[in-house]
Ligand binder design. Sequence first.
Ligand SMILES: [Zn+2]
Length: 318
Amino acid sequence: MGRELVLAIDVGGTKLAAGVVRADGTLLSAEKVPSQPRDDSEGLYQTLLALCQRVLDQAGVARAALWAVGVGAGGPMEYPAGILSTLNLPAWRQRFPLRARLQETFQLPTVVDNDAKALALGEYWKGAGQGARCFLGMVASTGVGGGIVVEGRLIHGASGNAGHVGHINVWRNGPQCGCGSRGCVEAIASGTGIARRARLAIRRGVPTSLRGAPTAVEVAEAARAGDALARQLYRDAGWALGVGIASAAALLDLDRVVISGGVASNGPLLWDPLYAALRRTARLDFTRNVQVLPSTLGVQASLIGSAALVFLGAPEGC
Ligand SMILES: [Zn+2]
């Protein structure tokens, strides 16, 4: 069996995606389906299998021609066992053994890892992280996550959780974070954090054109239209990312950081305060020169990342 074709899967809170990826990084087929609302774990697994069969058919690839299966999934999870307790996916919140099930179904080596780690590895493999020596791939969307790639190897940490850059703490007694702490990057720079801070400010009576419970996208629109509160929330988000990156750069001696995700796609609204905070905070010679760039992989990034878990991190048994 060749080492040419991988079945790539992305398990998220709102969608399941699958595709067939070739060893050169080409996506031969891809499709996604909603992962909600479904609270029966077996039903969701059958939905995933049907999706996998469709992308294999679309690519004209037989199961027997596959090398392995790579999965990026929302955490938390037991690594490397691939037992999911995905927080924002009710069907698989209670220890669903996805890796064992896929191994049994496909009779193939299977890697299941954190989706942010997979994204980082994909960005290093085929995106804006190519050629970096010590790389941090970040995602700023619903949450803020990340993965670290050193000399081409994904860093796992003691329990598989290395790279949780969203919980670098940047603000003493700052906004409440989902992890239980206050002032984490994620509490200030994630879509959830931005929306939550907007909601609280509206409730406190801060002058703004925003009403009720706006989304992070609506806050960005208001900021572009000149709303002072909305502008401040994105200034804070950029600042938190800049300070968090400066801290990570000092700890790891990073040469490049790439940020993907919806919050990162806001252009100067986010990136101007990010670069300003980075310049003010990263003052050592080796941190001053860290390159921080937006992602170039676009919508297929997650499947490329899932495949990279296999192609760059040869799973056991391959
Ligand atoms: Zn936190």
